[in-house]
Design a protein around this ligand. Structure first.
Ligand SMILES: O=C(O)C1=C[C@@H](OP(=O)(O)O)[C@@H](O)[C@H](O)C1
Ligand SMILES: C=C(OP(=O)(O)O)C(=O)O
Length: 769
């Protein structure tokens, strides 16, 4: 990060810098070089005697002239900051100065022009062979104001500068140019000149051209006065850059004409397409286009920085939780994450329109939503948990133009792998720092048995995943009979989803029951699924028919509040309409075995899933040996169950839970470290943990945790679990890395405070890579 106080150890230039052109950019470069003490002398060449005189009065320049040879002698660097079409004349002057011995043959020659190929061509023409000091550069910064007076030394701070390193450039010249830009706060990146011109044609030249053109269109209109008088914010924002220097842009449009014409032609095609959608009143396609564009506008920044989607994602957050002793109230918990993922996947692949309510607007489910938008599906929303998905049918997905970014979400990556393996296009799946450490061969290997072409390109069978769609070569996947080594709903779902396109029947046999939302939802979409004990089968070639999905509240999120009420004195919480699918209720069974006071009421069904209100009251918990068959049914709830176990009387032993080591963090190791920090006696085993609870039998609820600092390791459930510990803590607990809570439980802290906990959320700029 740029630090204005940090000065380079030694001035990179020993003689003087000569800036040619004292417009906004040239003058800002000169000012920044002066303010940072990067050169002992600064001189300038400009046609405007007034600007030069003023700059000398201001102490910015030691000398100035309209003629290069007057001031250039002895320069170790020349910065060309003139309109692009003047560059050839300037290059001729510099070549003449070099021949006359005014500057050395290795004098650094750089520029700030918006096009690069023409700068190199001008140098070639002027010098014959490219000089070793030539290092073209382009700061991606500017302002609609122009001229000497608009200069700002900070104009380049935290902006990118593209430096085009040429084969002819001397290493020392490249290093010096990069050092100077970095010293004035810019972020240097290197690129070939041709690529620079192609990219900038799209990202800078085309938008400027369109802005000038729109203003021209409105100004030329008969009612132009009224049009400008009532011009709304949209027009102002869009046309802001049309206030830029016309001469500069005139030159750029000619200098980069080939690339700009290509970009303009493509733009024209898009515009015609948009026109057609409006003429034909194609609402679905128009919503798709607008939704995709809106999401892409937000999403590119996240993809580039490999961070989650919501606006808080550039921040890191922490919780400071002061101890509280009781919770009470009736609350609604956000939608189920597993069901939300699947509603997007099946809704997108269905024929017809699927309406979803109760959708979880957390980062993980939003990553799935974005993936399907990237593959051309029109999805309206989410608005208050409501989505309208315009299904494209089993063969309607389109290739994503960019790698599909799955954020922190293992479920998205693993289930999508199954879908993508069968498509007629290739895909790449990436994720954040946590997801790219998680094992992906567990789905890639069985998919390969089905004939999929999939590579886990990370170091240890991890993401990024590169998937060659099987149908690309006109082939199909083949059904297999797969014995799953672990009871994982993600592996099961991945293979069943791939099986929808496979020849014949795909069967998976799980060693224990795992969550069955995929099986249920496939059936809700009219796709036959055979369930024979732990063996589940689908036969390829069917279709999905759109239906309405009501997502129940997530029992995994409810678990934090269930444990909170169970461990704290006089507590009573009711959690409304929580999903109680029997493949998810391990948390209720385990807490009941620990003698928690839990009752279910208002049992009913929503969208094929059973739901109930869950009421939990404080009770004296006891330690237990957790039955292994319950492990997959409570797999995400162990972090908070460890908190419950710490408050129980006696020892709790968890075995058969090795899977916890490959979640968003190693949940056995990370929880043990945190528990020990807070003074709990626990022992890590290979596949579980032994916790010596500090509960007492006299009916009181004493503090069992001390205060301390906990690190979440990019794991939402770690952060939320230690928050719950504050109900039995003697001192303040701070938790670092709580921004990940957004992946599954947006506004967890707000809800926790509402029922009686005392969390202060602090957000700051993220310092993590
Ligand atoms: O299928 C799903 O939606 C999930 C399955 C579980 O993972 P595994 O299948 O890897 O156990 C669970 O931990 C995850 O939060 C969601
Ligand atoms: C393990 C989890 O999710 P995922 O695997 O989808 O990242 C979780 O939410 O606890």
């Amino acid at each position: 990060m740029y630090n204005p106080k940090r000065k380079p150890n030694k001035s990179p230039l020993s003689q003087q810098v000569c800036v040619i052109g004292l417009g906004l950019i040239g003058a800002s470069v000169a000012q920044a070089i002066k303010d940072h003490g990067l050169s002992p002398r600064i001189v300038a060449v400009d046609r405007h005697a007034l600007s030069l005189a003023e700059a000398m009065d201001d102490g910015l320049l030691q000398a100035g002239s309209a003629v290069l040879s007057d001031v250039v002698a002895g320069s170790d660097m020349i910065v060309i900051a003139v309109p692009v079409q003047t560059v050839p004349a300037v290059m001729n002057d510099i070549a003449a100065a070099m021949r006359a011995g005014l500057i050395a043959s290795d004098c650094i020659i750089t520029d700030v022009c918006s096009t690069k190929v023409n700068v190199i061509e001008a140098a070639q023409a002027a010098f014959g062979a490219l000089p070793t000091g030539l290092v073209p550069a382009h700061p991606i910064a500017g302002a609609e104001h122009s001229g000497y007076h608009a200069r700002r030394a900070t104009l380049f701070v935290n902006h990118s500068v593209i430096v085009c390193t040429l084969e002819s450039s001397a290493a020392k010249a490249i290093t010096t140019v990069c050092r100077i830009w970095e010293a004035i706060g810019a972020q240097v990146m290197t690129m070939s000149a041709t690529r620079h011109d192609q990219i900038l044609a799209h990202t800078s030249h085309l938008p400027h051209l369109l802005a000038f053109n729109l203003v021209e269109q409105l100004a030329g209109h008969d009612d132009n006065l009224d049009m400008f008088r009532y011009a709304a914010g949209g027009f102002r924002d869009f046309s802001r850059i049309a206030a830029s220097d016309p001469k500069m842009w005139h030159d750029i449009f000619f200098a980069n004409d080939d690339a700009i014409i290509k970009a303009l032609d493509t733009y024209n095609d898009y515009l015609q397409h948009l026109r057609t959608l409006i003429v034909q009143k194609d609402s679905t396609a128009l919503m798709g286009l607008l939704g995709r564009a809106q999401a892409a506008r937000r999403h590119f920044g996240h993809m580039l920085s490999s961070t989650p989607y919501t606006d808080t994602s550039t921040m890191s957050a922490s919780y400071t939780i002061t101890p509280s002793t009781t919770v009470s109230g009736t609350i609604a918990i956000p939608g189920d994450k597993s069901v939300s993922h699947r509603s997007i996947m099946l809704g997108s692949l269905a024929e017809g329109v699927t309406r979803v309510t109760g959708f979880l607007e957390g980062e993980d489910a939003l990553a799935t939503l974005q993936a399907f938008r990237d593959m051309g599906v029109t999805i309206e929303g989410p608005h208050d948990g409501e989505l309208v998905i315009h299904g494209v049918g089993m063969n309607g997905l389109k290739p994503s133009k960019t790698p599909i970014y799955m954020g922190n979400s293992g479920t998205s990556m693993r289930l999508l792998s199954g879908i993508l393996a069968a498509q007629s296009f290739d895909s790449v799946l990436t994720g954040d720092a946590s997801l790219t450490k998680r094992p992906m061969e567990r789905v890639a290997a069985p998919l390969r048995q089905m004939g999929a072409i999939i590579q886990s390109t990370g170091e240890k069978g991890t993401a990024p995943l590169s998937i060659t769609g099987r149908a690309t070569a006109g082939e199909t996947l083949k059904g297999i009979d797969y014995d799953m080594p672990v009871a994982s709903a993600q592996i099961k779902s991945c293979l069943l989803l791939a099986g929808l396109w496979a020849e014949g029947t795909t069967s998976v046999t799980q060693p224990e029951v795992s969550r069955d939302h995929t099986e249920r939802m496939l059936q809700a979409f009219g796709y036959p699924v055979t369930v024979d004990g732990n063996r589940i089968s689908v036969t390829g070639g069917g279709t999905l028919t759109a239906c309405d999905i009501a997502v129940p509240a997530d029992i995994s999120s409810a678990a934090f509040f269930m444990v909170a009420a169970a461990i704290s004195q006089n507590s009573e919480l009711t959690l409304k309409q929580v999903g109680i699918n029997p493949t998810r209720t391990g948390i209720i069974d385990i807490l009941k075995l620990m003698q928690a006071d839990i009752t279910l009421s208002n049992q009913t069904h929503v969208g094929g899933e059973p739901v109930a209100d869950i009421t939990i009251r404080a009770s004296q918990l006891v330690g237990i040996e957790i039955p292994e068959h319950l492990v997959p049914l409570a797999i995400d709830e162990f972090p908070v169950l460890f908190i419950a176990a710490s408050c129980a009387v006696g020892r709790t032993v968890l075995t058969g839970a090795k899977e916890l080591r490959v979640k968003e963090s190693d949940r056995i190791a990370v929880m043990a470290t945190g528990l020990q920090t807070l003074g709990i006696d626990c022992e890590v085993t290979e596949d579980g943990m032994i916790i010596n609870g500090k509960g007492v039998t006299d009916g009181s609820y004493p503090a069992v945790f001390g205060g301390g600092h906990i690190v979440s390791h990019h794991d939402h459930r770690i952060a939320m679990s230690f928050t719950v510990a504050s109900l039995r803590a003697s001192d303040t607990i701070t938790i670092e890395g709580t921004e990940t809570v957004n992946t599954s439980f947006p506004d967890f802290a707000g809800l926790a405070n509402q029922v009686g906990m005392a969390i202060t959320v602090t957000e700051s700029e993220s310092t993590e890579a």
